[in-house]
Design a protein around this ligand. Sequence first.
Ligand code: PLP
Length: 806
Amino acid sequence: MDGFIREFLRELNFGQGVALSFSSINDQYLALARTVRHYLMARWLGTLRRQFETQAKGVAYLSAEYLLGRQLGNALLATGLTDIVEEGLAKCGIDLATLRAQEVEPGLGNGGLGRLAACFIDSLATMSVPCVGYGIRYEYGIFRQTFEDGRQVEQPDNWLALGSPWEFPHPEAAQIVNFAGHTETYEEDGTVRSRWIPGWSVQAIPYNYMVPGYQNGRVNTLRLWSAVATNAFDLRIFNSGDYAEAVRAQTFAENISKVLYPEDSTPQGKELRLQQQYFFVSASIHDFIDNVLPADFDLTHLPDRVIFQLNDTHPVIGVPELMRVLVDEKDFDWDDAWEITKKCFAYTCHTLLPEALEVWSVDLLGRLLPRHLEIIYRINDEFLDEVRERFGDDELRIRRMSIIAEHPERSVRMAYLATVAGSKVNGVAELHSQLLRDKVLPDFDEFYPGKFINVTNGVTPRRFIRLANPALSELITDALGVGWLTDLERLRELEPYAEDEEFKERFRAVKAHNKRRLSRVLVDRDGTSVDDDHLLDVMVKRLHEYKRQTLKLLHIVTLYDRITSGEVKPADIVPRTFIFGAKAAPGYRMAKEIIHLINAVGSVVNADPAVEGRLKVLFPPNYNVTLAEKVIPAADLSEQISLAGKEASGTGNMKFALNGALTIGTDDGANIEIRELVGDDNFFLFGLLEPEVEALYAKGYVPSSFYESDEGLHRAIDMIARGTFSGGDRGVFDGLVSNLLYDDRFMALADYRAYIDAQDEVDKAYLDEDRWTRSAILNVARTGFFSSDRSMRNYIDRIWHTPPSF
Ligand SMILES: *Cc1c(COP(=O)(O)O)cnc(C)c1O
């Protein structure tokens, strides 16, 4: 510990340039972060050296998003230094928790997809599997959400403002990324070759982050790219003497990594977004070839050294990029290059929503990446020839399967390109993978037997159990001993404790402790609080109509109606605190109206004395990983209520179950697998099944008929329409109400009654404290399957074939 104190003070004095007595909390946080990273440094260098020596096959995980969460706690956990640091700091009169709270989380992702990438690289490091994560170092991550009069307002997320001690910039290892221009052909040794004459270029500067394994001496690398103007740019402008033009050019280049697009599941075909995608993928592929492989490496053997995993379609432009590198730059012939490329990529699909499947107009792609468009056309031509060979001139099939869509405008279907190029294509939960094969890409499934597989998502237990829930972790360790954190199926051994009175009592104490901890956080940040004796009912996730936050609202309004109409006395209802957490894409109007309505319902319900404090609606702004780590361990009830067939997997659902919340959920995504594991008695299932949803769409869904025939629903919707939550103003939620009554794409009204009935069952179950605790313990005991370590094992066995390397 004395060693630690010495190092910490050294960093404070010589790194930060302040004396302890004059140092700010930020000084102390930065000094601590640098001290802790020193402890990881030898392991990092060792990992890199061994990696280079063994040349073992590794994963290059390509993801436009990494929703990392705070780093300090995880680094302390990985090194096993938490206790020493806590004591050492205390000797200096410093509280570790205060310094941890100083860290601004890097919000370089929107939601589930970005968080999944972060969980996966954590698991790979912990399992000693070689992996480089590649992505973008957005200067502004996901916006910071505030509310004004209940409406969402977006503030820039200036996460770098107070210093970023976890990153290592390497400007000397910059890559040049080219754009635009034209292509030309030329002859060389009797063969016609193509080359790209780019119109402009930017530099990609790598920033390395440590990805420490859990107490295993391994540190993998996350490499995020930042865009700056090229030196050529600077020079030209310097010479021209046009300062304004110089600055404009610089700004133009640096725009590429300026900001994360805040759309989750609804990408917009914006040029800058394509620039971002190509920027990071091109830099990453070149980086791997130039810096990870030895100088004399024969690229014929590339598939023995790397698998590029495409996290959704965002990095799919990497497929024609690798082809271009092999054919145009490294003189491979086309067929050999294609054989290599097909083995080097695998693709994970994250959605079923048609609006989320990325397409790029041929016009835009041709302007920005003319050579890549030619390559895509050739890939498509050869692919469609193969299809013709198999199925004859089945023109309908050809049109369905073409990578190039003709309507509404000529465009490239990135999911098709990824499917043709990928050695495997995986969905992210059993149902999703099945629907992917049956509904989204059936022709491809028929054409490529065995290519489509499932790997159910997972979450890292290091962050989402050990760091987020120390009290539960201690209870588990007391029962099972150590080792469960890297072998999560061992949670099964908790099953007998579901009948153990003393354990149950301690389990309840853990929940109560976590509720008080959350309450303190909410008092500090928002001046709100959670009541000890309330059922804590939580719905935290991105705001999207398919996730159906409105259905949750209709439940709350119904309970409020039961009280205000005198149908029930407040004293006779189970007291509940509802917590919402959700950001809406800034341009998604309906999502923003829903946020406004949640806040409006909250202000009325929370202030109405008739409720007698038995219902409380909280909506802490700016849901992020940091808040998730506090909210999830406190929850009693997890709301996973998407319309069946729409949520690919969900990972929030897994975090809640692992922390001992019971799920109320539809038969959707990974909910299905959670329910199968925990058992029907420990899960509140409701709602239409996916085939029933399809049948209802086919028959013609009329939401207003549900409104007409269900009195509770009628009354709830009327309350909203009448202005109960808008000071009598009927216009405010007009758009939302008519959307529900006349469109309701995601069938909230069709599932309303089943949902209310299931919630009434929840109330009954909660009153039986003993039964509830038993179910909560069984949720923990039976969901070890959802460790991202297991997901990674599945990817390794079924897709990557990258064994651990020590
Ligand atoms: C886990 C997580 C998500 C994903 O939640 P879902 O309920 O699966 O959509 C989104 N945001 C954050 C901050 C998370 O930690």
